[in-house]
Design a protein around this ligand. Structure first.
Ligand SMILES: *[C@@H]1O[C@H](CO)[C@@H](O)[C@H](O)[C@H]1NC(C)=O
Ligand SMILES: *[C@@H]1O[C@H](CO)[C@@H](O)[C@H](O)[C@H]1NC(C)=O
Ligand SMILES: *[C@@H]1O[C@H](CO)[C@@H](O)[C@H](O)[C@H]1NC(C)=O
Ligand SMILES: *[C@@H]1O[C@H](CO)[C@@H](O)[C@H](O)[C@H]1NC(C)=O
Ligand SMILES: *[C@@H]1O[C@H](CO)[C@@H](O)[C@H](O)[C@H]1NC(C)=O
Ligand SMILES: *[C@@H]1O[C@H](CO)[C@@H](O)[C@H](O)[C@H]1NC(C)=O
Ligand SMILES: *[C@@H]1O[C@H](CO)[C@@H](O)[C@H](O)[C@H]1NC(C)=O
Ligand SMILES: *[C@@H]1O[C@H](CO)[C@@H](O)[C@H](O)[C@H]1NC(C)=O
Length: 476
């Protein structure tokens, strides 16, 4: 992947109406100079811990040996399940690989097993069936209390892992195509009987890798680790049409130790969305999302946010490092969402080295965003948004620089903005919108709202930084 070097910073094509050209050049030079002066120490974070050198599996079988037919028409669910059942017996012998050769392999939902590698050869395409009867139905996740789209049950995902350990889904750029168009239509016309399925879901699993694959046309989410730890998503490409309703790329949900790196994601709604449960169900379940590291990703989120936090965050979200990201053609760049009744917190977040282009709202924090699962939520369960640092952001063709709308009874605090330069297009009503928020800023243009203008140097100890994240000295 390219695009994180300084060169793209110099090649902006968007209209620059906010700054006079001379000021802009000065600003840009300042930005570049500061960019060189401030090194981020603290290293690779979570992406180091989740990266393990894996031995190749000593055993491998091809899906062909189980009678699968790659004609795009034959349903292969039984072949997949039989192969995986057979490979279970190798779990204590170093595990095994299920090899999927070139072909178009139609299937309904399948379950993986521990110590398994699912390998998709170049030219191998796993196709999700468009017949809902081929998708199992399960109860809601306990931290959500109900299906997120339709009350009650939900469809299981195409590829599922439940209480697994050491699973790899990879390939030589093989493809998993959810063929989601039927689901988008049922969602839009209100004819779903249960909430839509995802492509990959791991529940209560650890040590999971998804890499070297292309994901297309997810019915809803592409990859959903929930109640998991040690998740590494590396070098994948994800695409759903820009008008596909609420399709999301990767959703770490009540999970910890997650690394997402070197991915290209283009979706209808959010690209990457961190979540942790919904109102009273999420508060009761109490499972946070923490220790998340996202780096070197290229994200487009047509109607949502390239990087979203919430709105379901009742179990809490903390210790998140996002760095070296390229966000473009998105409604929002980085957005924090919550609402009264959520409880929980979003805190200790560092977003650093962001290049944005053609983004309507660069930065957002919203205290009135999200609906409730039912009327049993507690309106006095107020969420906390605290210790969010956003630094080294360069954006062109931005309409709203920042919208920080907190909650009166629980204002957003310690929002620190540092070295942000956004060129605002002529369509902007006002670059900043702020209420019930406090924080500090330095070297931020356009000039932020007064609520965010406490001196950065005076309050920088209150700002979240890598040194706080890793407990190390840092130059921040
Ligand atoms: C991560 O790994 C790289 C090399 O693989 C190393 O240089 C760096 O210090 C590590 N960072 C952390 C935080 O462990
Ligand atoms: C898949 O796993 C789930 C949960 O463990 C189970 O309920 C379901 O019956 C399994 N499906 C198959 C086809 O084995
Ligand atoms: C990423 O995956 C592609 C195949 O999808 C492969 O050709 C490439 O070498 C991989 N890159 C890395 C850094 O793993
Ligand atoms: C991976 O496969 C997709 C879909 O077949 C293709 O568009 C893309 O160019 C491939 N990427 C690489 C690195 O081969
Ligand atoms: C929903 O259920 C009804 C009644 O069983 C059925 O006719 C309809 O096809 C189902 N819709 C979908 C999208 O599965
Ligand atoms: C992904 O592809 C790269 C390059 O071919 C390879 O080095 C890496 O091991 C692959 N990852 C997995 C998990 O197979
Ligand atoms: C600027 O961004 C908007 C989206 O916010 C997009 O519609 C428009 O085409 C972009 N303008 C240019 C000149 O790229
Ligand atoms: C910052 O702190 C210094 C010394 O404590 C003080 O003199 C100055 O007024 C403070 N500035 C702001 C903007 O609070």
């Amino acid at each position: 992947m390219s695009g994180f070097a300084l060169s793209p910073l110099l090649s902006f094509e968007g209209s620059i109406q906010f700054f006079k050209p001379l000021n802009f050049v000065v600003l840009l030079l300042l930005f570049l100079a500061l960019g060189n002066a401030v090194e981020i120490n603290g290293g690779d974070g979570q992406c180091n811990y989740t990266k393990q050198t894996r031995q190749p599996r000593p055993h491998s079988v091809s899906i062909l040996e189980f009678g699968a037919v790659g004609d795009g028409k034959t349903l292969n669910t039984i072949a997949f399940q039989n192969a995986i059942f057979y490979l279970k017996s190798f779990a204590d012998k170093g595990g095994a690989q299920l090899y999927v050769p070139p072909g178009r392999w139609l299937t309904g939902s399948i379950n993986l097993t521990s110590h398994l590698t699912l390998f998709l050869e170049k030219g191998a395409v796993i196709l999700g069936s468009q017949d809902p009867n081929h998708w199992e139905v399960v109860g809601p996740l306990p931290s959500y209390g109900r299906g997120i789209e339709v009350p009650g049950k939900r469809y299981r995902s195409l590829i599922n892992g439940y209480q697994l350990h050491d699973v790899v889904i990879t390939g030589d750029n093989g493809t998993i195509d959810g063929q989601g168009s039927v689901w988008w239509d049922w969602f839009s016309s209100g004819s779903l009987n249960y909430s839509r399925p995802h492509i990959v879901e791991f529940v209560d699993s650890e040590s999971v890798v998804v890499s070297n694959l292309t994901f297309l046309n997810a019915p809803a989410y592409n990859i959903h680790p929930v109640y998991c730890s040690g998740v590494h998503v590396h070098n994948i490409s994800v695409s759903t049409p820009s008008d596909s309703p609420y399709t999301i790329g990767i959703v770490p949900d009540s999970s910890y130790d997650v690394c997402i790196e070197d991915c290209t994601i283009s979706t209808g709604y959010d690209s990457i969305s961190l979540k942790s449960g919904w109102d009273e169900y999420g508060i009761d379940y109490g499972r946070p999302t923490k220790n998340i590291h996202i780096r070197r990703v290229d994200l487009r989120a047509s109607s949502g946010a390239s990087i979203a936090f919430g709105s379901e965050m009742s179990g809490g979200i903390s210790n998140v490092l996002v760095e070296h990201v390229h966000l473009y053609n998105s409604h929002s760049g980085v957005e924090f969402r919550t609402t009264k009744g959520r409880g929980g917190y979003i805190e200790n977040i560092l977003i650093s080295d962001v290049v944005m282009k053609n983004v309507y709202k660069a930065l957002g924090a919203c205290g009135q965003c999200g609906s409730h699962p039912d009327d049993k939520f507690d309106p006095s369960a107020l969420p906390v948004l605290d210790h969010i640092t956003i630094q080294n952001v360069f954006g062109t063709n931005i309409t709203i620089a920042g919208s920080f709308v907190g909650i009166k009874e629980s204002p957003f605090t310690s929002i620190c903005l540092f070295k942000i330069s956004l060129s605002i297009n002529s369509g902007s009503p006002t670059p900043w919108e702020c209420s019930d928020v406090s924080g500090s800023s330095e070297s931020v243009l356009p000039e932020p709202c007064p609520e965010l203008k406490n001196s950065y140097s005076n309050s920088s100890s209150a700002c979240f930084s890598l040194s706080t994240l890793y407990g190390k000295a840092s130059a921040l």
